[in-house]
Design a binder for this molecule. Sequence first.
Ligand SMILES: NC(=O)C1=CN([C@@H]2O[C@H](COP(=O)(O)OP(=O)(O)OC[C@H]3O[C@@H](n4cnc5c(N)ncnc54)[C@H](O)[C@@H]3O)[C@@H](O)[C@H]2O)C=CC1
Ligand SMILES: O=C(O)[C@H]1O[C@H](OP(=O)(O)OP(=O)(O)OC[C@H]2O[C@@H](n3ccc(=O)[nH]c3=O)[C@H](O)[C@@H]2O)[C@H](O)[C@@H](O)[C@@H]1O
Length: 427
Amino acid sequence: MKILIVGTGYVGTTTALVFCEKGHQVTGLDVDEKKIRRLQSGQLHFFEPGLDELLKKHLREGNLSFTQNESKAIEENDIIFICVGTPQDEDGSADLKYVQDVAERIGKNLNAYKVIVDKSTVPVGTADKVTKWITQHQEKTVPFDVVSNPEFLREGSALHDALKPDRIIIGHSSEKALHFMRELYKDFDCPFVDTTQKTAEMIKYAANSFLALKISYINELARLCDVLEIEVDDISKGIGLDHRIGEAFLNAGIGYGGSCFPKDVSALLKTAETNHQSLSILEAAVKVNKSQPKYFIEKLQAALGSLENKVVAVLGLAFKPNTDDTRESPSFKIIDDLEKAGARVKVHDPTVKVGSGYTFKQVQTVEECVSDTDAIILCTGWEQYKAIDWVSVRKRVRFPFIVDGKNILNANEIKHAGFDYYAIGKS
Ligand SMILES: NC(=O)C1=CN([C@@H]2O[C@H](COP(=O)(O)OP(=O)(O)OC[C@H]3O[C@@H](n4cnc5c(N)ncnc54)[C@H](O)[C@@H]3O)[C@@H](O)[C@H]2O)C=CC1
Ligand SMILES: O=C(O)[C@H]1O[C@H](OP(=O)(O)OP(=O)(O)OC[C@H]2O[C@@H](n3ccc(=O)[nH]c3=O)[C@H](O)[C@@H]2O)[C@H](O)[C@@H](O)[C@@H]1O
């Protein structure tokens, strides 16, 4: 099948490569000329393991191309995936301006029957809006169908998640569109859920919100574990072995961030509010998450006293390992709190390079970052931070104090190296 991907960000590029792997002919379209030029030359504009090789391979084999010629791209393809961003609007809802823009452009250029697929995360009722926006801008009356097919990949393991999904959700209102989607996904070995558009839209928000809820639950339990001197990791393991609960997403730490959980939870809360319903359990999850960075800063203050003029090393800026995405990264909340308390901050991250305009200092190596510091805070669970030689770091620091914001470091090793070690729900 000939597939057009509109929006070549994390989701669009991964989706394009996955369909290439399944033998389809794929075109990527984006309004960002720089991104398109980079992709055309075989270079990714973001960091994501495994995608680089596939990009080069499919460009070479000729079943992948990138363009800015919108009318031609829309006319020549059978299925159009909308993969543009749906950022949080000022009132907390999902801002659909990019989706609307794409829908209107599709409407203008529609020349024959096509299936238009919402892969972006969009609130309940968006498939109807997309249908309306397309119809209003059609210059020729041509039939089309809108399908909701939410994406569940995680950054850092995008390729694996998209090639081997746990499920494929297809929300539709036409048997013809369903047939197209079944054909498209016929080589995927996972449950295929055939449902309504509104249900598919809701499944996506319900899934992300449930995972966010799980994290806030374990984070709040971890605070209680701190007081009771219990290891929260043992609790996660003990409850996670119950298959009804599951071990995943029970790692306590500085809270969840990223381009999706914060905005999607907020959008679902807004949907509830607009419909005069309450999702108080989710409101509590947000409250816990917002206060989580502060909990760690307070540990630091309790040990060091005033942070005025203290030098603090922050390890990690990405919101999670194996990505260079810093959207809603808890690291920035930690840095902000540290700076407000008067500390001077040095930062290291293996993939993120911040530009100018920041008050903190970014350095190239871990050694440089930790040297002459009064405390070290680990904010991103990069593998390389687990392998740090703490005995040698001990010789470089002014004060031996480590806060492990991801609960991943070896506490015994660090204590033996002469550091005071603080995590959450971990002694
Ligand atoms: N990042 C992730 O891990 C996941 C994201 N999602 C959802 O997928 C959607 C996309 O997310 P990302 O890929 O992270 O966004 P992104 O911000 O990385 O990429 C969006 C792309 O759309 C392009 N764009 C905007 N307007 C356009 C237009 N009119 N025509 C063509 N291109 C246009 C932008 O230039 C950009 O390259 C969001 O709704 C997000 O919630 C869903 C699952 C995972
Ligand atoms: O809609 C989306 O964009 C995606 O959002 C998340 O994926 P992602 O944000 O890439 O990353 P996650 O691995 O889910 O991590 C999100 C945040 O939760 C934190 N987290 C995760 C797990 C955990 O146990 N504890 C914890 O604090 C991570 O450090 C990170 O800050 C979901 O896991 C994906 O299924 C979904 O498709």
